[in-house]
Design a protein around this ligand. Structure first.
Ligand code: UDP
Ligand code: MG
Length: 313
């Protein structure tokens, strides 16, 4: 057993969450009071907020039973880079990543910690129910199912970033120099003993979603192109398909010619073929472009985010 209590770091990235931060502090102080035997460290990562989030944090800081650190990014770098910034600031024996909007309920922490004590190094939360608009549920559901087929790693279904990782796993994840980062993908990729715990995902407690459609699409692309080269192979298959159909069409033309039939007028079929091949070529260029874009970003070697300042509150 530990002589000193283990330190658990809570990593919470936020963007303009003044509406929900007071409730978050309240819930955390209530829930953490029920989990004795740990030191708590709160890492709040400000992903470029422009509202009163800071005032809200300063006002409620005292209700948090542990250390509080505010990592301020120099602008909005996105949720995933903000999570990475938070993980790099952690000093705990384990880190729990959660959203600020209480959609990742702290009531699941005891289940995480129980599995952690059992020796699991990654404990991810699996959504049983999602109180969200139908289109979002369908989009998320199909994303995780398609991603699972595509990806080279066995990602668990319906698990986001909400979960606990041990210090060893964290140390691995934060050294990965990836530009287009998907934390839940890296978490699966590293291995170690992993397990899931089920939970019901509530609605956002207050405020509006900060994940725009464009940000969600970026996230999905980070998954598809970051964990699979299948799209590149798909390009090859599309090319082969096009070549095969051209061959068949060519044979057809020769046979009809030999059969002594007059050549068909042919404008429609020609136009169709041109469009077909043009389409396939563009798709393939696009797929290759996705990878080249990622290689280019990676080669530029810019950091994933810039920390403006880090303060202990
Ligand atoms: N977030 C962030 N940077 C962004 C977008 C979102 O730090 O560019 C934070 C946000 O404040 C919240 C978490 O990421 O703490 C999840 O975002 P949100 O709840 O808006 O996404 P949703 O649950 O609607 O998918
Ligand atoms: Mg949310």
């Amino acid at each position: 057993m530990h002589s000193t209590p283990p330190i658990i770091s809570l990593v919470i990235p936020f963007l303009n969450e003044e509406a929900v931060l007071p409730k978050l502090f309240l819930r955390l102080s209530e829930e953490l009071a029920r989990i004795p035997g740990y030191h708590w460290e709160l890492i709040l990562v400000d992903d470029g907020s422009t509202d009163g989030s800071h005032q809200a944090i300063r006002r409620h800081r005292s209700s948090f039973p542990g250390t509080v650190r505010l990592v301020q990014l120099a602008r909005n770098f996105g949720h995933q880079p903000a999570v990475m910034a938070g993980l790099r600031a952690c000093r705990g024996d384990a880190s729990i990543i959660l959203d600020a909007d209480l959609q990742d309920p702290p009531s699941v922490f005891p289940a995480f910690l129980e599995k952690f004590r059992e020796g699991f190094e990654v404990v991810y939360a699996v959504r049983q129910n999602r109180k969200e608009s139908l289109w979002k549920r369908v989009a998320y559901g199909s994303f995780y199912r398609i991603f699972r087929r595509f990806a080279d790693v066995e990602v668990p279904l319906d698990a986001g970033d909400f979960g606990l990782i041990s210090r060893a796993v964290r140390d691995q994840i934060i050294t990965m120099p990836e530009r287009d980062v998907l934390v839940r993908g890296l978490r699966t990729w590293v291995g170690f003993r992993q397990t899931g715990v089920p939970y019901d995902r509530p609605e956002r407690d207050a405020g509006e979603t900060k994940y725009t459609l464009a940000k969600l699409i970026r996230l999905a692309a980070a998954g598809f192109f970051g964990y699979s080269t299948l799209p590149l192979r798909l390009a090859t298959w599309l090319g082969l398909l096009a070549a095969a159909s051209a061959l068949i069409y060519g044979l057809y033309v020769i046979v009809t010619k030999l059969g002594g039939q007059a050549p068909p007028p042919g404008w429609a079929s020609l136009a169709l073929l041109v469009a077909f091949f043009g389409g396939i070529q563009l798709i393939c260029i696009g797929i290759v472009g996705e990878y080249i874009g990622r290689i280019y970003q990676q080669v530029q070697g810019r950091p994933l985010y810039v920390v403006a300042r880090e303060t202990e509150l």
